[in-house]
Design a protein around this ligand. Sequence first.
Ligand SMILES: NC(=O)c1ccc[n+]([C@@H]2O[C@H](COP(=O)([O-])OP(=O)(O)OC[C@H]3O[C@@H](n4cnc5c(N)ncnc54)[C@H](OP(=O)(O)O)[C@@H]3O)[C@@H](O)[C@H]2O)c1
Length: 314
Amino acid sequence: MKAVVQRRYGSAVLGDLDVPVPGRGEVLLEVRAAGVDMGTWHLLTGQPYLVRVIGFGFRGPKSPVPGRDVAGVVAAASPGVTGFAVGDEVFGTCDGAFAEYSVAPVSRLARKPAGLSFTEAAALPISGGTAVQGLRSVQPGQRVLVLGAGGGVGSYGVQIARSLGAHVTGVCSTGKVELVRSLGAHEVVDYTVADFTGTYDLVLDCGGHRSLSRLRKAVGRHGTVVIVGSETAEPLFGGFDRSLRAMALNAFVPQKLVALASAERADVFEELRVLVEAGHVRPAVGRTFPLAAAVEAIEHVHSRRSPGKVVVTI
Ligand SMILES: NC(=O)c1ccc[n+]([C@@H]2O[C@H](COP(=O)([O-])OP(=O)(O)OC[C@H]3O[C@@H](n4cnc5c(N)ncnc54)[C@H](OP(=O)(O)O)[C@@H]3O)[C@@H](O)[C@H]2O)c1
């Protein structure tokens, strides 16, 4: 099969590999589309160094094929797998989505939402799942601020907060204002003109790397700051140090500071399927790339130029 092959951090090329064999609890997927997010860039480059320490491979990547978000068709199932059969259209995450075939554990798969293309479904799992988990505490009528509202996680954050009955303000750069408005934000702040003001019940922080004190001020005394993440050029933590400081500070401040570590799980993807089929969420796919241009797709995500999500089609 054709696959993007990555033997060391920093480079990957299109090559030929054997079709993988599903193990216990896994299915073989004929991959139709693979989503790209900032995590894919971290695992391609091995940067920041933290990703090597937390288990993705110290000297080189453990998985020879990059890509985690996947949508495709079940081509074979290992004995004992229940709930999925050959021919089922599914989405979720796997290790090695940038390939014609990949194996995926059924614990990280759900049925593809009705009415979504494979391309749209591949844009859902990690970014959409992160937004679902970051917004669990939101109640109807609350004021929610989404920072990085035009990006991968933020584009879902706006839609999911809105579906929960919140008053949503999205913050993004000029080129993404129309997208964020179309996703349902009640107010859109172009941070290149003036930064946000006001007080919110919850801030979903997906971009901009604002200081913890700035974020705490935005939620008054009793609000919640959910730090999803943001990127800095610092080589060891790349911005994650702020999440660690938030965890340490949480016990000593009146606000609730959450350093989100989202889980890739079938039940979360099932929640996304329900949200999509109810008409509350629609993946905002900004640009697609063919498999041969997967590395370009990853760099495009890193450049932050793309509104919404980037997807590799196979
Ligand atoms: N904690 C977790 O479990 C988890 C899960 C998924 C992702 N993440 C992390 O969360 C972060 C966001 O992920 P993503 O996939 O959404 O990335 P993304 O698609 O690059 O989105 C980030 C967005 O932030 C915007 N941004 C940059 N500076 C900003 C500012 N000052 N104010 C407001 N927005 C600003 C960017 O575009 P513009 O500047 O053009 O508006 C971009 O649209 C990444 O660091 C990723 O690694 C963490």
